[in-house]
Ligand binder design. Structure first.
Ligand SMILES: Nc1ncnc2c1ncn2[C@@H]1O[C@H](COP(=O)(O)OP(=O)(O)OP(=O)(O)O)[C@@H](O)[C@H]1O
Ligand SMILES: [Mg+2]
Length: 251
């Protein structure tokens, strides 16, 4: 269970998070939407402890992440997996080396790491022969799946995805969403997904709308479509049409 209580964050004199309160139910998929620059990635980085809020509390299970020192953060890193916005594979390493990087750091031997890498590759529906390829030889969708396989190596209870389908075509986007949903069902993880892609609504249990530094809507996808709040109405229809409206919001 992840619980944010009145989280506030400023960079210099600019407030980005202005009192975010959010309860993320365990074992479900929660999608965070919001305009570009709204502070979604900052929010995810605060949950994982990479950015410290200026004030407020972030509970992951029974631990207040904001109170942890850099050394203690490893406790959280064991629970949490983070899928980066652009897969973030190291170009000079092959797929096996990319996937097993954390395992080898943890002292797991190469044979065991290979077995784990193969298991995770099959979870993301990739053939084992790509283990010896380099990121430059893979398509964007394959790279995203390799990034996901790498996140799965530590068996996280919580997976945080920062825009997992940005830059992918609609068909590949659906494949990735189905994969995320399938893993959600099979592994019973808690998934937190930042997305600009409306297609994810088909798989999400909860949608949270971040607007002007606060959560302005939390509920299921059906409820958000039925909302007659002018900003929410315009925002989610804007998502399905492409460029996001930035007209004066009326909340
Ligand atoms: N480390 C940092 N130092 C200073 N400012 C930062 C830092 N990280 C983020 N910001 C600022 O915080 C704001 C929110 O950034 P964030 O990356 O969270 O936006 P976002 O909602 O994820 O946008 P996008 O949808 O474009 O990814 C931006 O104005 C950004 O410039
Ligand atoms: Mg972002």
């Amino acid at each position: 269970m992840i619980q944010l209580n009145d989280v506030r964050k400023k960079f210099g004199s600019t407030w980005i998070s202005k009192g975010v309160t959010l309860e993320i139910p365990p074992g479900q998929m929660t999608v965070i939407i919001g305009r570009s620059g709204e502070g979604k990635s900052v929010l995810l980085k605060q949950i994982i402890g990479l950015i410290k809020p200026t004030s407020g509390q972030i509970m992951v299970d029974d631990i207040d992440v904001t109170k942890l020192t850099n050394n203690e953060l490893s406790i959280i890193f064991k629970k949490l997996g983070y899928v980066f916005q652009f897969a973030a594979l190291l170009d000079s390493l092959n797929v096996f080396e990319n996937i097993s990087i954390k395992l080898l750091q943890d002292g797991i031997n190469k044979n065991e790491a290979l077995a784990i890498a193969k298991e995770k590759l099959s979870l993301v529906h990739l053939p084992q022969n790509i283990l010896w390829k380099y990121p430059s030889e893979l398509s964007g969708g394959m790279r995203k799946r390799v990034g996901l396989a790498r996140t799965l190596t530590t068996n996280p209870e919580i997976i945080l995805y920062d825009e997992p389908t940005t830059g992918l075509d609609p068909v590949t986007t659906r494949v990735i969403h189905e994969l995320m949903y399938d893993m959600q069902q099979r592994l019973k993880v808690t998934s937190v997904v930042i997305s600009h892609d409306i297609e994810i609504f088909n798989y999400a249990d909860n949608i949270a709308l971040l607007h002007e530094g606060q959560i302005r809507f939390f509920g299921d996808a059906k409820t958000i479509w039925q909302s007659n709040n002018p900003f929410i109405y315009q925002f989610i229809r804007g998502l399905s049409e492409g460029p996001i409206q930035t007209e004066t919001p009326q909340l």
